[in-house]
Design a protein around this ligand. Structure first.
Ligand SMILES: [Zn+2]
Length: 92
């Protein structure tokens, strides 16, 4: 009946939320970092709220780097931020 959805912690505000309420940021095998909306992309993942403020906080504190164990170039950060902002505007 009530399938339990696992909880994950947002790297920005540290709130624990159900996985499907968060956005997954994934480090792919080749070292690329992408947003994963399906939750199905394989790779090491970190989670944030679908909120640019949480994203910026996590970015500033370098939590993505720590969590994903990879250096993330500015351009990747900027393109992820852009995608997040587009989603916010679209109301997703
Ligand atoms: Zn958050």
């Amino acid at each position: 009946m009530n399938k339990k959805i696992p909880e994950r912690k947002c790297l920005g505000c540290n709130a624990r939320k159900q996985k499907n309420e968060l956005i997954r940021v994934v480090r792919l095998k080749d070292g690329e970092v992408v947003l994963d909306k399906t939750g199905k992309v394989s790779g090491r993942g970190a989670y944030i709220c679908p909120d640019i403020n949480c994203y910026n906080k996590a970015r500033k504190a370098k939590r993505f780097e720590t969590n994903l164990e990879i250096a993330i170039p500015e351009e990747i950060y900027n393109s992820l931020a852009k995608k997040l902002e587009e989603d916010e505007k679209a109301g997703n």
